[in-house]
Design a protein around this ligand. Structure first.
Ligand code: SF4
Ligand code: SF4
Length: 438
């Protein structure tokens, strides 16, 4: 296994859909199940669907190889039932004795790894613990694709991502890492109207970006152009002070935020309504506030649950930061028992789309394109959780696709970053290596 872990680290594989956790670190000795998260539960995204529809045998073969190499018992690909139907699967497919598909409902947030593990494997990860505590490692579909490449000694140099929203079509594109977002939009003929914002990531958990200064990284999942008038954008642009004021004046104690909270329903000690009420009363209640550690920031409380337009999750990010500042950390649970009502309180994806005001952007079909390289790429030095590596090239150096330009730090949570193009290093700034494309 050490050999494969080294290949994965050398290739610079990190979680392609989230915060970018270096993948080689996840491959422990005691894995029972490797679970591929291909649910793509955020609305509008099609990237995983594209990979599943075009690269399924490559993904399945890579998963089987990984199961054998790690000594795991099996590999499971978790997809939404809706996706399964689109892929022609009436029932979850058994690929081999080691690899099979399993379905989740068309609900949000089925891609939260804690929820996915419960829904497709029936295992409850205790709060504050990692999936490996129940013998599971979760990797994203594109991460598995990058592992398949790494096993052939190919580095992560390109990214698959969805471009959708206020666009003529929905696109899935393959693009060199470091490509400016403005170039992506120009290449597709997409302009950003004044009354729209650009999101990187999904409508629920993505962030508003400036397309003129942002570049594609290993974790860029999508670029969405969304009307500012939608709840999706209004919630993201709301000031924290506004959320606090609303909480103080408007919380009616209905506890809908708690009743629908996916993490509360998993049996975790988080009761959003109590946190909001204590905050409103300016009461100091560490025991209740510590519930914020178990929040995934999925946004169900603010988007679906709260009738008073309060954003509990926004407040909890601040509560967490305050607790950590005071040296208070999450206490790992020994076990958790999901609530019996959990299955009846899931949020249907359709309801979420309607609530966010983005129904008009939903399309079943999409176009796939491989974009030509821009004239210049800016490859960020830090694209993953952990320690950034050390720049290993100088201005004037000629580089080729797949060449290491940022070397992983030794004995640290770190991984390599490679050139995505053939060209010449023209500038090295604190945050990026800039390469003029040949
Ligand atoms: S964002 Fe809200 S609903 Fe989601 S886990 Fe946190 S408190 Fe619960
Ligand atoms: S859903 Fe809103 S109004 Fe109801 S308890 Fe939670 S924060 Fe208060």
């Amino acid at each position: 296994m050490q050999n494969v872990k080294e290949l994965i680290q050398k290739a610079g594989v990190v979680g392609a859909g989230g915060a970018g956790f270096p993948t080689h670190v996840k491959l422990a000795d005691n894995i029972e199940t490797i679970l591929v998260n291909a649910t793509e539960c955020e609305p509008l995204l099609k990237t995983d669907f594209y990979l599943l529809s075009q690269e399924s045998s490559r993904l399945e073969t890579a998963l089987e190889a990984l199961v054998k190499i790690t000594g795991a018992k099996h590999g499971v690909i978790g997809i939404k039932q809706h996706t399964g139907e689109l892929l022609g699967m009436e029932h979850p497919k058994k690929v081999s004795d080691l690899v099979s598909y399993r379905f989740t409902g068309n609900v949000y947030p089925s891609g939260d790894e804690i929820i996915l593990i419960q829904d497709v494997l029936g295992k409850a990860v205790p709060g504050g613990q990692l999936p490996i505590s129940v013998g599971v490692v979760v990797i994203n579909a594109e991460t598995l694709f990058n592992i398949a490449n790494a096993m052939e000694d190919k580095a992560v140099t390109h990214k698959y991502l969805t471009v959708a929203g206020n666009t003529e079509k929905t696109y899935v594109i393959k693009v060199a890492i470091g490509t400016p977002v403005s170039y992506v939009l120009d290449s597709l003929g997409v302009s950003v109207p004044q009354d729209c914002s650009v999101l990187e990531g999904g409508p629920m958990m993505g962030n508003i970006i400036n397309p003129n200064t942002s570049v594609v990284t290993k974790t860029t999942k999508s670029i969405l152009i969304i009307d500012n008038n939608t709840l999706c954008i209004r919630l993201k642009t709301r000031k924290l002070s506004d959320s606090l004021n609303r909480a103080s004046g408007n919380c009616c104690g209905c506890r809908m935020c708690t009743d629908l909270c996916p993490r509360h329903l998993m049996g975790y000690p988080i009761e959003p309504h109590k946190i909001v009420q204590r905050l409103s009363a300016k009461a100091n209640d560490t025991k209740v506030f510590m519930g914020a550690f178990y929040c995934s920031n999925c946004g169900v409380c603010q988007t679906i649950a709260c009738p008073q337009n309060i954003s509990p999750n926004r407040l909890f990010q601040r509560v967490k930061a305050e607790l950590l500042k005071n040296g208070i950390k999450a206490v790992p649970m020994e076990q958790t028992v999901p609530k019996a009502v959990r299955n009846y309180r899931k949020v249907p994806s359709k309801r979420l789309v309607n609530r966010l005001g983005i129904r008009k952007y939903e399309r079943d079909d999409f176009s796939y394109l491989e974009l030509p390289n821009p004239a210049r790429v800016s490859i960020l030095v830090k694209q993953h959780i952990g320690a950034p590596g050390d720049v290993s090239v100088s201005v004037g150096d000629a580089v080729t696709v797949g060449q290491i330009i940022v070397k992983a730090k030794e004995n640290a949570l770190s991984t390599n970053i490679h050139s995505s193009v053939n060209g010449t290093v023209v500038e090295i700034s604190e945050s990026a290596v800039h390469i003029a494309v040949e």
